[in-house]
Design a protein around this ligand. Sequence first.
Ligand SMILES: [Zn+2]
Length: 288
Amino acid sequence: MLLVFEANMKKKIWIGLMVAIWVVLLVVILGILGGGTAWKKLNSRASKEVVCPADSLPNMMAGDSLQPTSSDSTTGKTSLCSDGSEGFVMLSEVAPEILQEIRYYSSYNFVGTRIEGYEEPVALLTKEAAAALKAVSDEVNQKGYRLKIYDAYRPMSAVQHFRRWAADLNDTLMKADFYPNLPKSMIFHKGYLSSRSGHARGSTVDLTLVDMATGQDVDMGGTFDLLDPQSNSLRRDGITEQQFQNRMILRNAMVRHGFRPVSSEWWHFTLRNEPYPDTYFNFPVKSL
Ligand SMILES: [Zn+2]
């Protein structure tokens, strides 16, 4: 009887041990499977989203380091982060009659290559600046002119490109056309380039007039981005009375519709009540 009891006990202990081992194995297997799924979920989230750096919202301030913004270049997926472009429009959608010759997308500019951040030859502006420019366009159209845009919103990455170019004093590829009388070392010193371009705030525009009758650029006594005293908007020396009057047609129309001129460049204007006076954006120039 005792022997039978002991045999039963051994059998029960043995079965108990086997069950315990299976339970432990099951827990371990489930743990590995569960953990793997969670890991996969984590990875899949990481591949779809770009982490928003806190200081990139809505974008960046002058002097900050450049941060990734709107898209993940490796996956091509749009990030969930705001890049600050919500307040901007394509000028062509507000004023399709305005001509556009976006020089920093082309290689015909003072650097001689396409400028960083210009992914498409389009003019982007804040909604407020675009609306004001539409009013300027309507006014000059009545007088037989069309506006032609050379540059509008300019990302901070482009400004950084200009700085790198300016530091390389040996690169004077475009000197004859754009700074014939200025040593390259003086470009920043003279204020022609700045590490804080107003264009990055999205309400500044470079433009000229085109004569509707001839289709030719109006003679302003110097070309866009001629880094020279001759580009001073109120200059009389070295330019004809007609050239001066042409500058005034553009300047007066811009001022009437809320833009502020700058003395050193007849083509450069900033909206007085710009909506982002302290924000320097860095999303690329491309269709919105
Ligand atoms: Zn400008």
